[in-house]
Structure formats: C-alpha cells, structure tokens
Write a protein that binds this ligand. Structure first.
Ligand code: ADP
Length: 275
C-alpha cells in the first residue's frame, strides 16, 4: 500500500447557525473518494486496453486499402495479425463481462457438487493444447474430493491458473497440478517452473489489469483480468488464493477450499446410478 492510503478526504461545509453564527460541518468521504478513484482508473484502463488493438487494426486496414492486387498469399500475414487483435479484444470483452457478473450477481443458492477431478482433466487438456508440447504437464488428483459450487465459474478460475502457468513458464518447463486434502481443506495447487514473481508484486496480483511485466504479459495475450476473476470465483465459494513464488525457480498458486465434501467411490456410483 502507498502512504496515500492513510490520507483522509473530508468534505467541509459551512452552514448558517442561528442569526450570527456559522457551523462548520466535516464529513469523512475517504471511502467514497477511494471508490471513485478506482472507478475512474478502471474505465481509463479499459479504454486503453481496447484502444491498443483497435489502433493496430485501423493501421493495418489502411495499409491494405493502399495496396492493390494482393495475392491470397500476401494477404495471409496481415489477415492473421488482424485476427489476433480481434481475438484479443474478444477475450478482453468476455473477461470484462464475466468479472462484472461475478461482482454484481449473487451466487446461486442451489449449487450442486462439482466433480473437480473430472473438471481438472478437461482443463489440463486445454492447457496441453495451449502449451503445444512445450511443457511437461502432470496431475495428481484425489477423485473423492468435491466442492459445492458453480461449474462454469470454477472451470474458468482453474483454466486461468493453468493458462498463466503455461504463459509464464519458458519452453521445457514443468507444470504440476495437484488436487488434495490438507489441514481440513481441499486444495488445488498449480505449480510451475517459470520465471517467478518478485515478492512485492504478490499482494497486488489479483487487482484488475495489474501486471508484473506488462510488455511480456501483453505479448502473451493476457487480458490482465485473469487473477481478478480467480479471486472473485474463489470468494464466492468460500475459498481463497495463496501464492508462493521464488525468482528463477517457479510459482505455486493454490486455491484453498475450507468447505468441501469427500464422497467415497461407493456413494459416488450410487449418485451416478440415480442420474
Ligand atoms: P494476465 O492476463 O496478464 O496474465 P492475470 O491477472 O492472469 O493477467 O495475471 C496478472 C499478472 O500476474 C500477469 O501479468 C503476470 O505478470 C503475473 N503472473 C500470473 N501468473 C503467473 C505465473 N504462473 N508465473 C509468473 N507470473 C505470473
């Protein structure tokens, strides 16, 4: 936190009091002021994030318009670059919509048990596709641990953790997924052998658009909203995110669910028969 966080903002008003006196009224509006600053920063950030791909798209379409008679081959590269920018903008808008839903909508009351082991198998498969054979991705899961919650939300949180591990781990690195029980909680740990995160950045990682190395993060196609989404999803499931990282060694992001259920194989198959 910066020293500014301790400053207070007061709203001062002077009002008549009786016929000859005046009253000085002071109201502490620090919280309102802080929220307003955050809102303004957020809108500024969104505009900037949308502006960048739009500028690239506009530049390229102008260049294309100036060239006549391009062969399909010559058109291939600019069109692929334009596609990349469109994809980036689509991801950003999708993440913004999801985040705004997570912030404004109440969690659904009726939540079924989610088979996390099965979900992790899918999410790991997606990560393998993203890694394109460049990382060794392994997983160890306890199939009897379940969490009551929203399937889609949890999937998107886990997929953000996995795709970050792929994005921020150089080729040849390892990514290890573990779903296990420890100290009265069910834990999902995603460990990578990536570049690591300097300690002073860790408390701010889940802020919207916060990036450690913005050049690298943007090149990786990230929206800067991934960990903000993870944080919201976890808190809607009574869970929290823990981050451990060592420079040059790697990072481990752990989602800790103090509320979970253990269904032994027999009770699970009864459930499946009932379907
Ligand atoms: P982004 O879309 O930029 O990846 P996130 O909110 O998912 O945004 O992550 C915020 C920042 O945290 C990233 O820009 C990156 O600097 C850092 N980060 C996230 N995961 C990792 C990781 N596994 N290893 C190193 N740095 C990471």
């Amino acid at each position: 936190p910066s020293p500014q966080d301790n400053r207070r903002t007061l709203e001062i008003r002077i009002v008549p009091y009786g016929s000859h006196q005046q009253l000085l009224l002071a109201r502490d509006i620090s919280e309102l002021h802080r929220l307003e600053t955050m809102r303004r920063d957020f809108v500024g950030n969104i505009s900037h994030e949308l502006r960048t791909p739009l500028t690239v798209l506009q530049g390229m379409s102008e260049q294309l318009a100036d060239m006549d008679d391009l062969s399909a081959d010559e058109l291939g590269r600019p069109l692929a670059l334009m596609d990349q920018q469109i994809e980036r903008m689509t991801r950003l808008v999708d993440d913004l919509l999801l985040l705004s839903r997570l912030e404004t909508e109440r969690p659904t009351e009726e939540r079924g048990l989610v088979n996390i082991a099965e979900m992790l198998a899918d999410v790991a498969e997606e990560a393998r596709a993203l890694s394109n054979g460049q990382h060794r991705i392994s997983s160890t899961v306890d199939e009897s641990l379940y969490v009551a919650g929203d399937d889609e939300e949890l999937r998107s949180a886990f997929s953000n953790l996995l795709s970050n591990a792929v994005k921020y781990t150089p080729a040849g690195g390892r990514i290890d997924i573990r779903w296990f029980e420890a100290s009265g909680a069910a834990c999902l740990a995603v460990a990578d052998t990536g570049q690591g995160i300097p300690a002073h950045h860790i408390p701010r990682l889940t802020e919207r658009f916060y990036r450690v190395d913005s050049g690298r993060a943007t090149r990786q196609g990230g929206t800067g909203l991934g960990l903000a989404i993870v944080k919201h999803v976890l808190s809607r499931h009574g869970a929290r995110l823990e981050v451990n990282s060592e420079m040059g060694v790697g990072s481990t992001f752990t989602a800790v669910f103090p509320i979970y259920e253990r269904l032994e194989a027999s009770s699970r198959s009864v459930g499946e028969l009932g379907d």
